[in-house]
Ligand binder design. Sequence first.
Ligand code: FES
Length: 199
Amino acid sequence: MSETKISTAKESRRGFFGSFSAWLAAAVGAVIGVGPVCVGLYTFIMEPLRKKQMPRKERDGGSSDPGFFRVASVDEIATDVPRRFTIVADKLDAWNFMKDQALGAVYLQKNEAGDISCYHTTCPHAGCSVAYEQDSNAYHCPCHNSSFNLDGSKLENGGSTNPSPRPLDTLEIKVDEATNTVFVKYEDYYTGRHDKVAK
Ligand code: FES
């Protein structure tokens, strides 16, 4: 083999390894360069979600107690039948501020002594809404026929099994005597459990 052929083969190998090294360096450079960009993008997108806030718990001019929502005037609450009230508050999610959103609903009723009871409208069985029915003077859930007495206890209808695992969920209230206003500590609870656990 002549010297010219040997040197050509060496140059060809050098050329191949030279190109490969260049490609490898370019690939490593790209990964190193793109990495921070990906991290930045991920942080930009995920950070607001990570910081996601729960709906604001206080209404304008509302209670100074965290978690309490202004719901009604004491005068709006009846003694003969429960009345349904919607909990309204401002919501703040990752990117949007939404004013006056409905968070849920409660039933309020006064007894003769003026004491106020408060029940969540969500059925503890699987989360449908219960409604007060005047005919039976009880709460009824249309989804799987759970019924509840006005004190929230489970009502067995003519021997049929009430599928709700627990009574209606009660909610804590506070009355501001100065303004005659009722505030409710509104929370949602897990359904399908015997115990009452806030979400
Ligand atoms: S969700 Fe109310 S009875 Fe099933």
